[in-house]
Design a protein around this ligand. Structure first.
Ligand code: NI
Length: 635
């Protein structure tokens, strides 16, 4: 990053090279491919239309370009087209043999409409006493190739759950139609077969209370007095174009259909100098294996980023409800499968929060001195069918960055017989259990600590052996081990030695004479605890380690491969890192795997209180002393 990139406002009408595609640009891309390559909906679909971000090493602003992944429904063949902007010339056209592009929102809706009108499904539901199809919801999932029946190999295939609302506004996920699973050819949009087994305990659906709307729970609501925030003098941040400046922090706010929010060129202004911290921060994959081999759940391994896209799933935020205080919103623009732009109003929220005490000391003579901690929060929310993920990137006055995810929404459930204990889940309602599952999130952290040449160290604490120098057996030492190649860069969390990772720039020293660094503070790391031969693990070997470190490559973006839909083996991080490339004193990318090991609770039903996980990036000798010393006292 050069500091010049942030200087001055962008010229009106001229997008900055990292600005997301506009609605007009999406139209140009789709129109060009329609005109030159016959990508004509509905026979063809667009899976992804995205900005080609300029190469990191590029000297100057390149020509603006977009890439689109599309496929022909007639033969299932996928292609990638490149289109230059603003002119709309098709500059590339590449066949992508043997891959299935990501799922699209249009397919989800069209599949639901097709299934709910299908006589096979209406018949099966009628036999179970369900005749009002307006109360039925089907929910198509993608799955792994190894689980697809041989006769359907090579098709663009999905499997679906069937759900039943108790009333017009009732929660569909309250009532599982257990054992009923349509298998669908998504290209022909046809039902291939209907799996119809009646699992034990499902013949007579239990009396589940799965509602959360007050009008449906009928519960009297408790009393809570209003709590309001006011910032009478306005906010302490500025947003110029997509450049955000706050309390020495500067960054660019990006967005795309797959990762959702992306933070570019994150730097900290220090003594008149903009010091780079990160080139790019985002979530690159999310893997959610359900750990229940029952017929309702064995296929349920979601790749919410690679299969569905956090950007596509982003929902609008509402003032006073989702965020509190003086809020600045940014809209996001994605697209549908016909290549038409879709605007998500208020997709990204930017606001400041008070976070209690930042630092404090009470001295006998000087009295009490304390500072409140203020943080800048950049957030977005996604709804992936039954589940919500709320993502918060928080910047602090002391140079720290916190990344928090809150999971909420409705758990998937199944029925089981009276008097038994569900082996792979928790009882959450009458004869109803929620299967155990895991949410692995892979954060792609392209850090540039005072520049791109960085070395990652595994740092662990070790008690010194008692001896002549330490007769009291008190000494605690730190062992810093440089990770020299990608094999060493595969790291696991280790509580016993309090392992963390330090990203060091040996070329820059602080005022104390030591090299500057940022520390990755591992939070919410957990082991996969899964058989290495399981089809779910083979598609997502990334979950086998807490941290992976690679040398930066512009084209290494997706840890489980670009096309995890119907994948069989993880062609991403395991394959790249098998080269064992050097990562010392290099432009490194850290892939941090964290999330929620979800042992379901009765209290998670019928709607989950947020499950909150986070990790931190903290300066470690990046500054000479507490960088929040100059924060003024609150009046
Ligand atoms: Ni969960």
């Amino acid at each position: 990053m050069t500091s010049g990139l942030h200087d001055g406002p962008d010229a009106p009408g001229t997008p900055y090279p990292l600005d997301p595609l506009s609605a007009g640009e999406i139209r140009v891309v789709a129109g060009a491919l329609r005109r030159d390559r016959g990508v004509e909906p509905p026979g063809w679909r667009f899976a992804a239309i995205d900005l080609v971000e300029p190469a990191k090493a590029a000297a100057g602003p390149p020509g603006r370009e977009a890439a689109a992944v599309c496929w022909n429904r007639a033969d299932g063949q996928a292609y990638r087209g490149h289109v230059s902007l603003p002119g709309g010339a098709v500059t590339g056209w590449e066949h992508l043999p043997g891959v299935q592009p990501n799922m699209t929102v249009d397919e989800w809706h069209e599949c639901d409409a097709m299934l709910r009108a299908h006589p096979l499904l209406t018949g099966a539901l009628a036999r179970r006493g369900i005749t009002d199809m307006s109360l039925v919801l089907t929910d198509v999932w993608a799955y792994g190739a190894a689980l697809v029946p041989e006769r359907y190999r090579g098709l663009r295939i999905g499997w679906a759950d069937v759900w039943h609302r108790g009333s017009e506004d009732g929660n569909p996920y309250a009532h599982s139609v257990s054992g009923l699973h349509p298998i669908v050819d998504l290209n022909r949009m046809q039902l291939l077969e209907l799996e119809d087994v009646l699992p034990d305990g499902a013949a007579e659906p239990p009396g589940v209370m799965g509602e959360y709307l007050p009008k449906l729970t009928g519960m009297p609501l408790r009393e809570v007095k209003p709590l309001q925030l006011s910032q009478p003098d306005g906010v302490s941040f500025t947003l110029e174009g997509r450049v955000l400046r706050w309390q020495n922090w500067e960054l660019r706010v990006g967005f795309n259909h797959r990762e959702g929010l992306v933070l570019h060129q994150v730097g900290f202004r220090d003594g008149g100098r903009l010091r780079p911290v990160a080139h790019r921060l985002s979530f690159a994959e999310m893997v959610v294996p359900y750990r229940d081999p029952a017929p309702d759940h064995y296929r349920r391994t979601a790749f919410d980023i690679g299969e569905w896209g956090l950007g596509f799933m982003t929902t609008s935020l509402e003032l006073g409800c989702d965020c509190l205080g003086e809020i600045t919103y940014l809209d996001a623009v994605v697209h549908d499968s016909r290549g038409e732009p879709v605007t998500i109003p208020n997709a990204i929220c930017i606001h400041e929060e008070d976070n209690g005490i930042g630092w404090k000391h009470v001295d006998d003579r000087a009295g009490s001195e304390s500072r409140r901690a203020r943080r800048l929060v950049i957030s977005f929310h996604v709804t992936v069918a039954n589940y919500e993920y709320l993502v918060y990137w928080r910047f602090y006055q002391d140079g720290s960055i916190e990344c928090e995810v809150r999971a909420t929404g409705i758990m998937v459930t199944s029925y089981f017989p009276d008097g038994r204990k569900p082996p792979y889940g928790t009882l959450v309602d009458q004869r109803t259990y929620a299967p155990f599952h895991q949410h692995f999130i892979v954060a792609r952290l392209d850090l540039d600590v005072d520049g791109p040449a960085n070395t990652v160290y595994a740092s662990q604490s070790e008690p010194a052996a008692a001896g002549r120098d330490d007769p009291y057996g008190l000494g605690l030492t730190i062992r810093d081990t440089p990770l020299r190649t990608e094999t060493a860069g595969r790291q696991d969390y280790d509580w016993a030695v309090q392992r963390f990772w330090k990203v060091v720039n040996h070329g820059v020293r602080n005022g104390l004479g030591t090299p500057v660094a940022y520390k990755l503070v591992p939070g919410a790391a957990f082991p996969p605890m899964i058989d290495r031969t399981s089809p779910a693990f083979r598609r997502a070997e990334v979950i086998g380690h807490t941290l992976w470190v690679t040398p930066h490559r512009d084209d290494e973006r997706w840890p489980c491969g670009e096309f995890p839909n119907l994948s069989e083996q993880d062609p991403g991080l395991p394959r790249w890192t098998a080269q064992d490339r050097p990562i010392e004193d290099t432009d490194v990318v850290l892939w941090y795997v964290f999330g929620i090991h979800h042992i379901t609770r009765p209290e998670d039903w019928p709607v989950m209180p947020v499950d909150t996980v986070s990790f931190w990036l903290k300066p470690f000798g990046f500054f000479d002393r507490n960088p929040a010393l100059d924060v003024p006292p609150a009046h």
